[in-house]
Design a protein around this ligand. Structure first.
Ligand code: IFM
Length: 424
């Protein structure tokens, strides 16, 4: 029996599940033909109308913590013009989540910008920092009585690298200076949002506020340890992808090549360490790479369970705070190895002895996976997009059993994990 004292929950993001006709960067990216399977985010999981069914399912599976996000373009469709109906919808959703005994962890920005914000330069324009903070303030004033815990920004490094270096996310730019500027600006946004949320909630009379950001961290390793160039470039890639941004966001320390924008001072800017962990990169040139002969998921990402503890330890050495795995999961379209993946990652966390308090599985249901559209399945619950029927997968039953038994018994291991194998 593996005892698991970590609290287990699930994660999602607004654009990936809600659906609805909105004017934002991803509806625009879809219209420009950048979604590989041509899926329209306006469909997604229709969570907008099926939210009660989804939350009921979550509660039936014994889930007590849920990380979700709000859609900025839904709440503020034009600059300074707020949609009260959207606010009411989120309030009803959050109230229902709580009524089911589930504690929400609310993400304020998860990859998607309203098009009006993007049009004025988005996060590549320092003058937009107050605009983002204006949205944060509005959201906390509207939802602060229902939500104690916040993620300011999801994966600022992925947002910057995919959108401004690789050019595969909106706005499709390919520029190192812009990538660094976006990382710098988002780090400033996180720090200022951290302080703002604490101040606002305090003014509202609350003392139990928790704020952090969800950091996407990977293990970067040289393709050949004996090759000096591989070692150098692996270190540099790691530094540029996550190293400098981690220190900026957590500690307010902006070292070259990042730049400080606005009034941010060195300090401690996280009440928990939010870690989104998926894979290891094997590096022989600037960018990504996958180790030859390694186990891979259906998107070709290496499956490397020990990396979750390695990344968590590195964050914890920088700032000793409770660790929340704000995302971990895998693209497994047939649900043929997800149970083993969950088992191996949880075991790595348990064995690490680190203060890991929570684990949010990505994702509760299959959903709109950005450029991959609907064809990359990460959920514990299967979505039939044509009918919107939800069906709990084998891995969903396994996850519910872990919650119920507070661990993985021998019987559970034999039923769910032992029959599964990773593929190459
Ligand atoms: O779906 C994404 C999520 O939005 C951010 N983290 C990684 C997930 C899987 O790619």
């Amino acid at each position: 029996m593996t005892d698991i004292k970590i609290q287990l929950g699930v994660a999602s993001a607004a654009t990936q599940i809600e659906g609805g006709d909105l004017v934002h960067t991803w509806s625009d990216w879809y219209k420009k033909g950048h979604i590989h399977d041509s899926a329209d985010p306006a469909r997604a999981n229709d969570h907008l109308h099926r939210w009660k069914e989804d939350i009921d399912l979550m509660a039936d599976m014994g889930i007590t913590i849920y990380r979700l996000s709000i859609e900025w373009a839904r709440i503020e469709p034009a600059r300074g013009a707020y949609d009260e109906a959207a606010v009411s919808w989120y309030r009803e959703l959050l109230s229902y989540i709580k009524s089911k005994g589930i504690a929400p962890l609310l993400t304020l920005h998860h990859f998607t910008n309203p098009l009006w914000f993007e049009g004025s330069g988005g996060f590549s324009e320092p003058a937009n920092i107050p605009v983002f903070l204006g949205f944060v303030e509005y959201a906390v004033k509207k939802f602060g009585d229902l939500v104690d815990e916040y993620v300011t920004i999801n994966e600022p490094n992925v947002f910057a690298v995919m959108g401004y270096f690789d050019g595969v996310f909106p706005p499709g730019r390919r520029s190192i200076p812009e990538t660094l500027r976006v990382q710098s600006i988002m780090s400033s946004c996180h720090i200022q949002a951290y302080e703002l949320i604490h101040r606002l909630r305090k003014e509202m009379g609350y003392t139990n506020t928790k704020v952090g950001f969800a950091h996407h961290a990977r293990v970067f390793e040289p393709q050949s340890k004996n090759n000096l160039w591989h070692r150098f470039i692996a270190g540099l890639t790691s530094l540029m992808f996550q190293g400098v941004l981690t220190r900026a966001c957590l500690l307010g320390r902006f070292s070259f090549p990042l730049k400080k924008y606005g009034a941010v001072c060195p300090g401690q800017y996280a009440d928990f360490l939010g870690l989104n962990y998926y894979t290891r990169s094997t590096v022989s040139k600037l960018g990504d790479g996958v180790r030859e002969g390694s186990h891979r998921n259906d998107l070709g990402w290496e499956i490397y369970p020990e990396g979750i503890a390695q990344c968590a330890r590195e964050l914890h050495e920088l700032l000793p705070r409770p660790i929340y795995i704000t995302e971990n999961g895998t693209c497994d379209n047939n649900d043929s190895f997800r149970c083993r993946y969950i088992h191996d990652h949880l075991k790595a966390l348990v064995d690490s002895g680190l203060p890991v308090e929570r684990y949010y599985h990505w994702c509760f249901t299959d959903n709109f996976e950005w450029c991959e559209g609907e064809s990359a399945r990460f959920g514990l619950v299967h979505i039939d997009y044509a009918t919107q029927k939800r069906t709990v997968k084998n891995s969903g039953r396994f996850f519910a059993a872990i919650i119920k038994n507070r661990g993985i018994t021998k019987e559970m291991y034999d039923e769910f994990v032992a029959p599964q194998e990773y593929h190459l």
